[in-house]
Design a protein around this ligand. Structure first.
Ligand code: 1GP
Length: 249
């Protein structure tokens, strides 16, 4: 399966939901069960990654368990060159465009490039923008956080990413953020770019997800909610809200 093409084709027709699982937060077998529940709730892909504590053996085992449990694409969401698994279908080959440290913009990517080529993992070029409050990824990624009240800065970065050849732009408020990326910022970025927009961080209810999707996110990502709500009733609501916006637009 060509994962990038799958995403491009799917966002032409509807809004997508992706579930992020952090290998450091549970045993691999548990991650497999969570992925299955997420897909049953309607999630279109499983992203695998975490900002801290991800270790190779555990990452490989987690990806394998997830792949045993579900048929949707598995996409690595790496914290750096040390968190790559050959078992995943694809990897977001991402650059934190608003990092203050060049290693997060192109240094880790340089270290990872030949490894990825040898492993034969599909790459999906993505410009990653961290918005206040940024949480752990803002700190670890040494981001010069985009102020919540400055949509123009997000637009400038996003368009720069598009012109650099990124296939996707990801607006990230940080996992566990108290609120999602502001609607106005999502709207402004969506109005200016021609590539799909991914939004994540702090989305915890159907109403949050609906607002993010209505503002223009093509792909909505949630992580924490699967860890909090093992019955996944909220996730059902989130996916339904996102999909219903897609049908209206
Ligand atoms: C992190 O955007 C994702 O990259 C998910 O965030 O854990 O807050 O859902 P949450």
């Amino acid at each position: 399966m060509k994962v990038f093409q799958y995403i491009l084709d799917k966002v032409e027709k509807e809004k997508m939901h992706m579930t992020l699982l952090d290998p450091d937060k549970q045993q691999p077998s548990e991650a497999g069960k969570m992925a299955l529940m997420a897909v049953e709730a309607g999630s279109d892909a499983i992203m695998i990654g975490g900002s801290t504590g991800v270790e190779q053996g555990n990452l490989d085992e987690t990806v394998r368990e997830i792949k045993k449990s579900v048929d949707v694409p598995t996409i690595l969401f790496p914290a750096g060159a040390h968190t790559i698994s050959k078992y995943a279908d694809a990897i977001y080959f991402m650059s934190i465009l608003n990092s203050e440290n060049v290693k997060n913009i192109v240094g880790e990517q340089r270290k990872a490039s030949l490894v990825i080529k040898k492993m034969g993992i599909q790459t999906i070029p993505m410009g990653y923008l961290i918005v206040e409050p940024g949480m752990t990824v803002g700190r670890v990624g040494e981001a010069s956080l985009i102020p919540r009240e400055s949509p123009r800065i997000a637009v400038e970065y996003a368009l720069a990413g598009q012109y650099l050849g990124m296939g996707l732009i990801y607006l990230e408020a940080g996992s566990g953020a108290p609120a999602p990326v502001p609607k106005e910022m999502i709207r402004s970025v969506k109005a200016e770019i021609d590539i799909p927009l991914v939004v994540g961080g702090g989305i915890r209810s159907g109403s949050d997800a609906r607002q993010v999707a209505e503002a223009g996110a093509d792909v909505v990502v949630t992580g924490t909610i699967v860890e909090m709500d093992k019955s996944l009733s909220v996730l059902h609501d989130i996916v339904e809200s996102i999909k219903s916006v897609g049908k209206m637009q």
